[in-house]
Design a protein around this ligand. Structure first.
Ligand code: AMP
Length: 719
């Protein structure tokens, strides 16, 4: 969540990723690492002392047998040291048995499969591409459209949200009001000789990670310090980042040249609207502003009722300083955003009880600051203890958890991390990021923020259009109001031409300021008062203003709604889903590793493949007929009538994550094979479409279907 428009969005833990399953670095693991570092340091000093002793033995003319004995003991110590080093390396990499494929090799296997099967393609590849821009190929497009369809179902339809679709090109005034023109920045450092640019926080993070993973001689205290820096990276100011870069002697990675101090770089792509060049615009860096500027009309469309939510799916553009990590940090990406407008005095949610019992990994800010790890918490308890600010925010956290896990994200590698104090924008009431662990570490994929009334107020001020809601009272209410009445005649005499500025400043005092002034005027008779528009302080005397509480009748309450914003980076979610779904299994002959994506049917790019077992016209006719009935039932499917061996055809579809394969081996009944279990059942030709539809749309589970139909027990055609 780039809430203060100047923060980092990816936290990488110091752990590696295991090929198939990964557990969190527990406190126990950290303790092991610390004790191994201490043991290594102790062993090294014993070795040094023994080395000195041997030299002394030699110079004092000790006997050969005495020296040989000492050298033997020294060699034994060196062997022990090597053993501690290997244990430490294994502990750092989380690869204790030494047999797991490293995170880099795992990532390479996933990425190779994704690129080879055209899930995605580096954009403009024939011209050597552009960093941070990617195309989605056919299976990638299908996965993305399935994820978006489910997002619409799970949020827009389920919550009755108002979906809008606004332009990407946005006039400057909108983004000036929202704060993006001035503050949508990341901190950048430059190579002082070549001018190459780097993200300051990324360099510091890489330095800490590299040291922790590769410097085995580092003391346990230093390791703890670097881990702490990683934990609070998002909280560091520009000055603090610069100071750490200097302290650690970090230089430009490519040239080893010195670096400049960090300075802010605005991430928006600027453009001109129209041919004259007179009107500046930007490619939107988020979709939210399109919703805020339409608040008045949407509120009216909703029958002037709160709460309600508007939603938007669309492209966002950010000129990232150093795009890296493949699909995770790109310069154009799809965002799906929700702006839920709510009365700031009532942030309860009618459907809160549907999620309050959920339990999942949460990482409150206190745990982060004290170096602990994420813990399983009950959402309802987190709200009642005040860890999560309010019910509506918690409701969306719960819904996001359900959305991601139903898509196929591993719940053990999903955590909700609360923003650290400096990371959160000053106006925000509370923010949580849904982070997913991948081979790149913990990645922020969804930001869920209570942005209070900031955005609507900012657009009200700039546009002059009141973006407010009203609560009509059934009966007029008598309310006590603080009324500030500047005495214009006296102020005119005292301040002449500046009278208007002073009057305005007095009238816009908040209740606390006004009450303080009233108290000071009553005791001292005068008070010093700062008038921002005059950029000076003036003296207000008792006769220049009256401040009194009065009882007034009011028919309605007018207020600026608060906004709760879940913001989904669709590309990041999809990439993490690819990693969480990927596994390899040996071929039957055991001579090859076959790649499989275990996508749930909901997201699988194709739900079913249809193969004739052998090339034969009768079987091909049946295959065509089945494919037609699947298409008519709205099930995406693909025929493969090549003469390739059935095993190879299964391997090809497993690599695309197709959950079901129909093999035509007779004209009356066929086999249906499930991808992960490789179980096969026999089903009559005219029932196939209905069975596949049921199981791929989640109305039946494969295990239930299996009970209903005979297993296909003939010598498996699988391999
Ligand atoms: P933010 O407005 O910075 O909180 O971003 C909202 C969401 O957009 C994040 O949770 C990410 O999932 C996603 N996101 C932000 N920056 C990028 C990027 N450069 N590439 C891909 N996704 C991004």
């Amino acid at each position: 969540m780039r809430s203060s428009y100047a923060t980092v969005s990816v936290i990488i833990s110091s752990s590696f990723v295991h090929q198939f399953r990964r557990t969190f670095i527990s406190l126990k693991a950290m303790a092991t690492e610390d004790s191994l570092r201490r043991a290594l340091a102790d062993k090294q000093s014993t070795i040094d002392a023994r080395g000195t002793a041997i030299r002394q033995l030699k110079s004092s003319g000790a006997s050969k047998s005495e020296i040989d004995e000492a050298v033997k003991a020294l060699n034994a110590l060196k062997l022990e040291k090597t053993s501690i080093e290997s244990q430490l390396k294994a502990s750092i990499s989380g690869d204790a048995n030494g047999s797991a494929v490293s995170r880099d090799a795992f990532r390479q296997a996933v990425v190779n499969t994704l690129e080879r099967r055209l899930f995605y393609i580096p954009a403009f590849k024939i011209y050597r591409g552009v960093a941070g821009l990617y195309d989605y190929g056919p299976p990638g497009c299908a996965v993305k459209s399935n994820v978006l369809a489910f997002w619409r179902q799970h949020f827009v339809l389920e919550e009755d949200m108002l979906e809008v679709d606004c332009p990407c090109v946005t006039p400057e005034v909108v983004l000036k009001a929202s704060g993006h023109v001035d503050k949508f920045t990341d901190l950048m450092v430059k190579d002082e000789k070549t001018g190459n640019c780097y993200r300051a926080d990324h360099l510091l993070k890489d330095y800490c990670k590299d040291k922790l993973e590769n410097d085995l001689t580092m003391s346990a205290d230093k390791a703890a310090e670097l881990k702490h820096v990683l934990a609070i990276l998002d909280d560091l100011s520009g000055e603090q980042l610069g100071a750490k870069i200097k302290e650690y002697g970090i230089v430009a990675p490519d040239t080893k040249n010195p670096l400049s101090d960090p300075y802010p770089f605005n991430l928006m792509f600027q453009t001109q609207i129209g041919p004259s060049g007179a009107s500046t615009g930007y490619m939107r860096p988020e979709t939210a502003q399109g919703i805020f500027v339409n608040f008045r009309d949407l509120y009216y469309y909703n029958g002037n009722k709160l709460p309600f939510a508007a939603a938007q799916i669309g492209q966002a553009f950010r000129n990232e300083i150093s795009p890296r990590q493949g699909l995770l940090r790109v310069r154009e990406f799809t965002l799906a955003e929700i702006e839920h407008f709510v009365d700031p005095d009532d942030k309860s949610h009618p459907k809160y009880s549907e999620v309050s019992k959920l339990e999942f990994l949460m990482f409150p800010r206190d745990e982060q600051m004290s170096g602990q790890s994420a813990k399983k918490l009950c959402l309802g308890e987190a709200v009642s203890k005040g860890t999560v600010n309010n019910q509506t925010l918690a409701y969306f956290i719960g819904r996001v958890y359900l959305f991601l896990t139903l898509l196929g994200i591993d719940k053990n590698r999903l955590r909700f991390r609360q923003h650290l104090p400096n990371e959160m924008a000053h106006y925000a009431a509370d923010c949580w990021d849904a982070e997913i662990e991948s081979s790149y570490g913990w990645i922020e994929c969804v930001g869920i923020a209570d942005r209070s009334a900031y955005d609507l107020r900012a657009h009200t001020d700039k546009s002059g259009v009141a973006l407010v809601a009203q609560e009509k009272f059934a009966e007029p209410k008598e309310v006590e109001k603080l009324v500030i009445t500047p005495v214009k005649k006296e102020l005119g005499l005292a301040f002449k031409g500046s009278q208007k500025n002073v009057v305005e400043a007095l009238e816009t005092m908040n209740e606390k300021e006004a009450l303080d002034m009233k108290a000071a005027l009553e005791t001292k008779g005068e008070v010093e008062f700062e008038v921002c528009t005059l950029q000076k302080t003036v003296t207000i005397k008792k006769h220049m203003v009256t401040i009194a509480k009065e009882i007034k009748k009011e028919h309605q309450r007018v207020f600026t709604p608060s906004v709760i914003e879940p913001s989904f980076g669709i590309g990041r979610i999809i990439y993490c889903l690819y990693e969480h779904s990927f596994y390899m299994r040996p071929s039957k002959a055991g001579d090859e590793q076959l790649n499989v994506f275990r996508f749930p049917p909901l997201v699988a790019p194709i739900k079913c493949t249809v193969f004739p077992l052998v090339q034969n016209q009768k079987y091909e006719e049946v295959a065509k007929q089945i494919s037609k009935s699947l298409t008519a039932a709205g099930i995406s499917n693909k025929k493969d009538i090549t003469g390739t061996s059935i095993g190879k055809r299964y391997a090809r579809t497993d690599e695309l994550g197709v959950p079901f394969a129909v093999t035509v081996d007779s004209t009356s009944s066929v086999t249906i094979r499930e991808r992960d279990s490789k179980d096969q059942i026999r089903v009559n030709v005219d029932e196939v479409a209905a069975v596949i539809k049921d199981v791929s749309e989640g109305r039946s589970e494969w295990d239930d279907i299996k009970k209903k139909y005979p297993a296909h027990t003939a010598a498996s055609a699988d391999e």
